[in-house]
Design a protein around this ligand. Structure first.
Ligand code: SME
Length: 152
């Protein structure tokens, strides 16, 4: 599954339009991984995180850099695997069904420009193997971002 997912992601990232490509990637993630209730992107834009293409319930549109799992991912520029979102003091619950979360930064020239965010209704849904797949996806998005000259 992992190899197919990465190959399909590469095919989607042949699309040079940022919103078109990220929209299809959110759909691919949603259909490729089970036990998800939200899969999508936040852009780092104008000093905050702003909702991008996603699959799932209506979500927070603006997240400050100092809040939530997404804010922590931005501040640390590192992938966050959260086995129990209820244990995170400032976790932002966009969907009350969410129990675990994976958030991955997309880095361009040393800055986090975008985040991949996944929520699951199952506790401890995301392990290091899953994180590694999404770290690989983040690298592919970095390449596309630079190649196509995307901006948030
Ligand atoms: N849970 C995130 C907010 C984004 S939603 O999950 C889609 C957070 O705590 O930053």
């Amino acid at each position: 599954m992992e190899i197919i997912f990465i190959e399909q992601s590469k095919a989607i990232l042949e699309e040079p339009d940022m919103i078109a490509a990220l929209s299809n990637l959110s759909a691919l993630i949603n259909e490729s991984f089970d036990r998800l209730n939200w899969a999508g992107f936040y852009f780092a834009k104008n000093g905050e995180l702003v909702l991008g293409p996603f699959q799932g319930k209506v979500a927070c549109t603006h997240i400050p850099f100092d809040k939530g799992v997404c804010g922590l991912t931005y501040r640390t520029c590192s992938t966050q695997i959260v086995p129990d979102v209820h244990a995170v003091k400032d976790h932002i619950a966009c969907d009350s069904a969410s129990r675990s979360e994976l958030c991955v930064p997309v880095m361009v020239n040393g800055s986090c420009v975008l985040e991949i965010d996944l929520d699951s209704p199952e506790p401890d849904r995301f392990d290091q193997d899953t994180a590694d797949i999404f770290n690989r996806l983040a690298d592919l998005i970095t390449d596309a971002w630079i190649t196509y000259g995307w901006t948030a």
